[in-house]
Ligand binder design. Structure first.
Ligand SMILES: O=P(O)(O)OC[C@H]1O[C@H](OP(=O)(O)OP(=O)(O)O)[C@H](O)[C@@H]1O
Ligand SMILES: O=C(O)c1cc(=O)[nH]c(=O)[nH]1
Length: 215
């Protein structure tokens, strides 16, 4: 694992973003773990998180013109990534986000920040069924821009509607990469290295992967 991947997992554990237990997902699946990015709730956490996303994006070599953070949890993630790209990598990138409900006074509208022009990189936490990302892709296309890719924190590596994962479906439909900082496999690897206390969580994760995992 890269140092930024270990940092990301440890940060997620420390802020109780990554929890083990029994959680019902939007899809109705009962998962032995859950990733709640809303719990990255301090300046230090967001700064570290921004560095992890920025490193992943820079390492990928992906070219893009604008960052877009979908409401709500994508907004602080995209903001933190924009700050880290400027501070750590000398790249001052335009940054935008959306409102879930259109504003009807003042400047009005749904989009806030930089205009969506050129190649747009979406920053979010998790993709499960892909609904949120599909909505945001429509927004990008109706603004006359194009999707450069999507960067997320965790790839749950689960089946979508068919045999492919929701992420693979997006990659194939739009011919763009979905970059993730960590995959479910990294969480399993992390638990394996922890030994002892993590045995129960590890067994449940392996069982879940048998049922819903994709290669
Ligand atoms: O791939 P999907 O099945 O769409 O699920 C994943 C999305 O769901 C959550 O956002 P949500 O839209 O619930 O909004 P939030 O950011 O306000 O929590 C999460 O932050 C992901 O963006
Ligand atoms: O599938 C979901 O609903 C889901 C899974 C997860 O790990 N985190 C999250 O915010 N949503």
């Amino acid at each position: 694992m890269h140092p930024y991947q270990i940092e990301f997992i440890e940060l997620a554990r420390q802020y109780e973003v990554l929890k083990f237990g029994e959680f019902t997902l939007k899809s109705g699946r009962v998962s032995p773990y859950f990733f709640n990015a809303g719990a990255f709730d301090s300046g230090r956490a967001l700064a570290a998180l921004g560095r992890c996303y920025a490193q992943r994006i820079v390492d990928s070599g992906l070219e893009f013109d604008v960052l877009l953070g979908p409401a709500y949890k994508g907004i602080p993630l995209a903001a933190a990534t924009a700050v880290a790209l400027a501070d750590q990598h000398g790249r001052d990138v335009p940054f935008a986000y959306n409102r879930k409900e259109a504003k009807t006074h003042g400047e009005g509208g749904v989009l806030v920040g930089a205009p969506l022009k050129g190649r747009v990189l979406v920053i979010d936490d998790v993709i499960t069924a892909g609904t949120a990302v599909r909505e945001v892709i429509e927004m990008i296309e109706s603004a006359g821009a194009s999707l450069a890719g999507v960067a997320i924190g965790l790839n749950r590596q689960e089946r979508g509607a068919g045999e492919l994962s929701a992420i693979q479906e997006i990659e194939q439909a739009h011919a763009v990469p979905v970059l993730s900082i960590i995959d479910m496999a990294h969480i399993i690897e992390y638990l394996e290295n922890q030994g002892g206390d993590s045995a129960g969580a590890l067994a449940a994760m392996r069982d879940y992967r048998e049922h819903y995992g994709v290669a």
